[in-house]
Design a protein around this ligand. Structure first.
Ligand SMILES: [Zn+2]
Length: 64
């Protein structure tokens, strides 16, 4: 399994750190979005530091 160390993140992404609000474990996320591997807690998407990409930005977007 790969670790975050040595993994190159896109320029627009930043690895951030917080405490799980459910079990208190230290967890890492991307741009303020977190998912706890221990208890499954996730924070709300709106707490992220950046806006989510638009639907049209998704490479799988079927278009019109
Ligand atoms: Zn947790």
């Amino acid at each position: 399994m790969r670790t975050l160390r040595g993994m190159r993140a896109p320029d627009t992404s930043e690895i951030t750190r917080t405490e799980c609000q459910k079990c208190g474990a230290e967890i890492h996320g991307l741009n303020g979005r977190y998912c706890c591997a221990l208890c499954g807690w996730v924070n709300h998407w709106s707490e992220g530091h950046r806006d989510l990409p638009d639907l049209e930005d998704d490479p799988d977007y079927p278009g019109q």
